[in-house]
Design a binder for this molecule. Structure first.
Ligand code: ATP
Length: 364
């Protein structure tokens, strides 16, 4: 029996609904005699913790996470707390503190999903966006002086290091090389941003020499938005800076059908620290507590987590169950124009896993 220690951080809003649903799916997998087990530890960090303690998570929180094998995260965001506090106090603190420098976001149109691009066939859209996750526009460098006075000045510095750029480019080229099309698009804005983005381009060209099997091209981020809509099949693996990839991946999620479906992994590729997996949607306070949040993004994130842990067969089983759910019109939540509840989708996915598990999983 292979056992994994999983930290659960539901966070805020619908995170508190979809993370328990994700746990249920992992428990169904473990309960189906699949040769794997989980030891869960839950952390109540987020907006409520902030109101009680004045911080989104405790000072020694990162220490508690280091001993885990992986983290399943919900979302951070609270209408009563400024967004920069919720983001920097929890999600970014964990990503930067555990050096999860590669944020990986697969996008595909799952069976049964009605995606908005009318001319796009399902097989035309199969992307992985790699987002630099620890520096760039989110470096935290900058400052604000003379607050409230007419001479007030504020500055956010996009800080890129050669080491930081090289490791994310290398990760993206390696990932592209592992995918069937072996194709990478490097997103840039080096026409306007003439320092760090020029270094970004130069580093990409240097790393490319180590991956002769990968076909790669460069695209300005503005042109990239049009290309994603007009020529989706021309893209496969994509690498972009922290902010650019954040924007592009919300577009990607919308093009694939819904924000409620898309997953992401915050990866520490060297595996010195645990990696963290989460749906890309936010806390969605407008639907919180009503039991209607789509849990598919969390299930897909759990599948990515299993893959990262070396449990490829278990990941495949979860995705099979997820695809069976999306293909069933009765199991669409309201973001997909349906009326199914979080619980109904979760139970259906768990039941599919239980029914499919007849043989033990292959070892990774
Ligand atoms: P945050 O400020 O934490 O980023 P948000 O509410 O501004 O959160 P999102 O949660 O990312 O933004 O999503 C925007 C809207 O999309 C939500 O208000 C909600 O109506 C819908 N939505 C997002 N995720 C889901 C989901 N899993 N299931 C159903 N609807 C969703």
């Amino acid at each position: 029996m292979r056992r994994y220690r999983i930290a659960l951080i539901p966070g805020d809003g619908i995170g508190k609904e979809v993370v328990p649903a994700g746990r249920q799916v992992l428990e169904a997998l473990a309960g189906a005699e699949n040769g794997i087990g989980f030891d869960f530890e839950s952390f109540d960090w987020g907006g409520d913790y902030y109101r009680a303690h004045g911080a989104m998570m405790p000072e020694e929180g990162l220490e508690a996470l280091r001993s885990q094998d992986a983290i399943l995260f919900g979302s951070a965001g609270d209408p009563g707390i400024p967004d920069h506090i919720t983001l920097w106090g929890l999600r970014l603190k964990i990503c930067q503190g555990l050096d999860q420098y590669a944020n990986v976001r697969p996008t595909r149109i799952l069976p049964g999903i009605d995606a908005p691009l009318k001319r796009c066939r399902t097989e035309d859209l199969d992307w992985v966006i790699v987002r630099e996750n620890t520096e760039g526009e989110y470096s935290g460098a900058g400052g604000r002086v003379h607050q409230g006075f007419p001479i007030e000045a504020a500055m956010d510095v996009s800080l890129m290091t050669r080491a930081g750029v090289e490791r994310i480019q290398r990760y993206a080229f390696r990932l592209a090389a592992s995918r069937p099309r072996k194709q990478l698009t490097v997103v840039t804005k080096s026409n306007a941003q003439r320092h760090a983005m020029v270094m970004w381009d130069e580093v990409a060209a240097g790393v490319a020499r180590d991956f002769p099997e990968v076909t790669w091209d460069k695209e300005l981020v503005d042109a990239m938005t049009a290309r994603m809509v007009n020529r989706p099949a021309s893209l496969d693996t994509i690498v972009a800076t922290n902010l650019q990839a954040d924007v592009l991946s919300d577009l990607a999620a919308a093009l694939a059908g819904s924000l409620g479906i898309a997953p992401t992994g915050n990866i520490n590729p060297e595996r010195v620290f645990p990696s963290m997996f989460e749906p890309i949607h936010g806390s969605a306070f407008d639907i919180m507590g009503r039991g209607v949040a789509n849990p598919i993004g969390t299930f897909w994130s759990a599948a990515m987590m299993l893959d990262h842990l070396g449990e490829a067969e278990a990941a495949r089983r979860v995705m099979e169950a997820v695809e069976a759910a999306t293909a069933d019109p009765k199991l669409r939540t309201r973001d997909l124009s349906g009326a199914a509840t979080t619980a109904e989708v979760t139970e259906a996915v768990c039941a599919h896993i239980a029914a499919a598990a007849r043989r033990p999983l292959a070892t990774a």
